[in-house]
Design a protein around this ligand. Structure first.
Ligand SMILES: Nc1ncnc2c1ncn2[C@@H]1O[C@H](COP(=O)(O)OP(=O)(O)OP(=O)(O)O)[C@@H](O)[C@H]1O
Ligand SMILES: [Mg+2]
Length: 345
């Protein structure tokens, strides 16, 4: 008998619309059909959240018994006395409805749709997930639904952030909360903060000072934040696989990947936003060319080399501000955006 599970709540999972069943906590509880029915009772009582067990015969998949059907059956007259001390094998015929089996690569939304197509009395049965390695695991139907709820809430947040980010309704200048713009941008970049290959996650440290509303073209300023933050993410992750930058320094995996965003008000008339990363930094000869249109060190298809030149136009030409880069090779890079609180007319 083997029991294993991880009950991360759906809120802690970073679920997206594209998320697959692999990203959900799945149950792997196997019981040989030779075991006694009593053992099942014990197991279900020990694990109150266990939605069902996978039956094996000589370690090969044989079927599934769900908690609900098991207890329904055992509460019938005479069931306990008839079955309790017999092998589970005797129960299978009574308890095995059609089992819904899906691949672990299936999207959660698709699995829900398939699960909902079952006959009403089976709709709450757990779903069997077949893994790439040929094993089976179980997912609780309620948990499946709940994960979708969390997913849709997140999508709602992203739509709000997109609206805030692009501020399509406000292409004109407006007084806005700069921190809101940064936060929306970060939310849109959230899925990129995790390196899919290494699993490393960038920590964002915010050191926000109290700022007045800033008169600016919000959709443009947010675009500049987006370009600079996206570069910082690229710099950090390229750092760890050491490609992309023409730099011979070894990666430093002991460092925690970090982006620090600091804001401050200076001389009552200007705000400064500093976006710093602890990527590899930028070699001196490259620093001079950063803001040139089409300058990129990224491979074809990865960068157009326009991000910083557009940001420069936005900050300097459109807002009368300053955009500077301070970088130390091997330590990281900081971009400083300085813009006036009040735009010159
Ligand atoms: N935070 C950073 N750390 C290290 N290098 C950076 C950083 N930001 C920019 N760079 C360097 O500056 C170059 C130009 O950046 P820019 O944003 O203009 O273009 P890109 O990121 O290469 O492409 P695009 O932004 O158009 O997708 C980058 O290719 C990279 O070499
Ligand atoms: Mg860029």
């Amino acid at each position: 008998m083997q029991a294993m599970h991880s009950m991360t709540s759906a809120n802690e999972l970073n679920l997206q619309l594209e998320s697959t069943l692999q990203e959900l906590p799945l149950w792997s509880v196997y019981v040989e059909v030779k075991s006694l029915v009593n053992d099942l009772t014990t197991l279900f009582k020990q694990e109150p959240l266990l939605p069902g067990i996978i039956l094996t015969k000589n370690h090969k998949y044989q079927g599934m018994i769900s908690r609900q059907r098991f207890f329904e059956h055992m509460s019938r007259p005479y069931s306990l006395s008839l079955f309790a001390t017999r092998p589970i094998e005797n129960l299978i015929n009574f308890l095995q409805p059609e089992v819904c089996i899906v691949s672990e690569e299936m999207r959660i939304v698709d699995a829900i749709q398939i699960a909902l197509q079952r006959v009403p009395q089976l709709v709450y049965e757990p779903i069997l997930v077949k893994t790439n390695s040929g094993n089976y695991q179980l997912v609780d139907f309620h948990q499946l639904l709940n994960s979708m709820k969390v997913g849709t809430e997140r999508i709602h947040e992203i739509v709000l952030a997109l609206r805030n980010f692009s501020r399509l309704d406000e292409s004109e200048k407006k007084r806005v909360d700069i921190h809101e713009g940064i936060d929306s941008t970060l939310l849109l970049l959230q899925s990129r903060l995790k390196n899919q290959q290494t699993g490393q996650i960038i920590t964002i440290v915010k050191e926000y000072e109290k700022l007045p509303l800033v008169e600016c073209y919000p959709s443009l300023i947010n675009q500049a934040f987006m370009n600079i933050l996206a570069n910082a993410i690229d710099a950090i992750f390229n750092n760890y696989d050491c490609s992309g930058l023409s730099c011979s320094l070894p990666p430093s995996p002991q460092k925690y990947p970090l982006i620090r965003i600091r804001t401050e008000l200076i001389d009552d008339n200007h705000v400064i936003i500093r976006i710093a990363d602890n990527g590899l930094g930028i070699p001196k000869d490259i620093q001079k060319r950063l803001f040139d249109p089409f300058f990129t060190t990224k491979s074809v298809g990865k960068g157009t080399g326009l991000g910083l030149s557009i940001s420069y136009q936005i900050v300097v030409d459109k807002h009368g501000g300053q955009l500077q880069c301070i970088s130390a090779l091997g330590e990281g890079t900081e971009f400083m955006i300085k813009i006036p609180v009040q735009l010159d007319s």
